[in-house]
Write a protein that binds this ligand. Structure first.
Ligand code: ASP
Length: 402
């Protein structure tokens, strides 16, 4: 039986057992079951710093070619960053209007920390690590990202054989991180059960509605982003009507929806983009693999929706500064998100950590993560293809001029 089905069964079991057991069983559950959930959360936390460092360094070095590719590279990256930031804002807006999680209340010690949010300037100063090892030891995510960005740029600058060795090293480390994450995910059904059971037992049926509302927000946010942003890109700069664009992409979108992996969908995406949307081989071979690594619009909608959901559940009012921080961290995090199933959950942990939102909320999202992953992966790969169309079309004039 595959993992997603097991997680889903764990989720359903936790809901059924929690509803039957109810409040009288809470002392037992809190003593014996909840700590196992905490162990699961700690295992996820354990991987945040290593995976951020390694995958972001590798992500940066994969941009090394852009110095050669110049104009195309810069345009691609800018478009990727802009669409990603828009995606988080859409996630926020949908969740801001729908208020997922309202009515479900959880508490955490981290709530206290959030109320003492630093000023924007303090945040900028704190982003630059005076001692990167200390930042990593404290799991301070933003300074770790900044450090990783510098290391990545440094490796590109060094060039030659030595930089190849380093890229190989970080690539191998990132691979190890993903293997460890896969091991942790193997016990995720138990983790999800132990995290959800105390919540359901304490809250009763009221826990179900907020989760359905998260799925609805994710679906609506994805549709808005696809129709609003990708249709515009395709029509205005990409040389395709929205209908032709989505029809051309339908196969790749379905594969992405079912596999939950941008990387796994890459061959189909390249085929669709070349054959059905007429994008040149040169453009697809650069823009799409880069996109599968650094462009994650669906994951960004998810970060917007889930961070507001978790804030609601814990009764925290996010300040504008915190939202801006989520857009910033989320945009950077999406660069380091691997195109594999479940990667977004780890990145969400990182985004929550950056603004001091309680990581306990991940347990709620983890139970339905596979469903959310279907929507976000579908959006992730469609975004890559929309940008490929724009690059292809806007580059034509240079080809003609030459
Ligand atoms: N599964 C997503 C992808 O492959 C990444 C994520 O988990 O957000 O694009």
């Amino acid at each position: 039986m595959n993992l997603s089905i097991k997680i889903f069964i764990a989720l359903v079991l936790a809901v059924i057992v929690g509803l039957i057991a109810g409040e009288p069983a809470l002392p037992f559950i809190n003593w014996w079951i909840a700590p196992i959930g905490t162990i699961f959360i700690n295992l996820i936390k354990m991987m945040i710093v290593p995976v951020v460092l390694c995958s972001l360094v590798v992500g940066m070095t994969s941009l090394g070619d852009t110095t050669k590719l110049g104009r195309i590279g810069i345009k691609t990256i800018l478009l990727y960053l802009v669409t990603t930031a828009i995606a988080i804002v859409i996630g926020f807006s949908v969740a801001g209007l729908a208020h997922p999680g309202l009515g479900l209340q959880m508490t955490s010690d981290a709530v206290v920390k959030v109320k003492e949010a630093p000023s924007i300037m303090q945040v900028f100063v704190a982003m630059i690590p005076a001692n990167p090892i200390a930042s990593m030891a404290k799991a301070d995510i933003l300074p770790t990202i900044v450090f990783a960005l510098f290391v990545g740029v440094g490796i590109i600058q060094v060039g030659g054989k030595r930089s190849e060795q380093l890229i190989g090293f970080f690539d191998a480390c990132a691979e190890v991180c993903y293997k460890v994450i896969a091991m942790i995910m193997a016990i995720s059904p138990i983790g999800v059960f132990c995290l959800l059971l105390p919540v359901v037992a304490a809250n009763g049926p009221s826990v179900l509605l907020p989760l359905l509302s998260v799925i609805a927000c994710m679906a609506i946010g994805s549709v808005i982003h696809a129709v609003g942003v990708y249709s515009t890109l395709a029509r205005v700069w990409g040389g395709h009507s929205p209908l032709a664009f989505f029809r051309g992409m339908s196969e790749a979108m379905m594969i992405a929806f079912t596999t939950c992996s941008s990387a796994g969908t890459l061959p189909v995406n390249m085929k669709n983009t070349q054959e059905k949307l007429g994008v040149s081989r040169e453009v697809t071979s650069f823009v799409l693999p880069l996109g599968a690594t650094i462009n994650m619009d669906g994951t960004s909608v998810y970060m917007g929706v889930c961070s507001l959901f978790i804030a609601n559940v814990f009764g925290i009012d996010l300040s504008f500064g915190q939202m801006a921080m989520i857009v910033l961290t989320g945009t950077l995090a999406s660069i380091g998100t691997a195109g594999v199933p479940g990667a977004g959950l780890i990145m969400l942990a990182m985004v929550l950590q950056s603004v001091g939102l309680p990581l306990e909320g991940l347990g709620l999202v983890a139970g339905i993560d596979r469903i959310l992953d279907m929507f976000r992966t579908c959006l992730n790969i469609t975004g890559d293809a929309a940008v490929a169309c724009v690059i292809n079309e806007t580059e034509k004039k240079y080809t003609k001029a030459a």
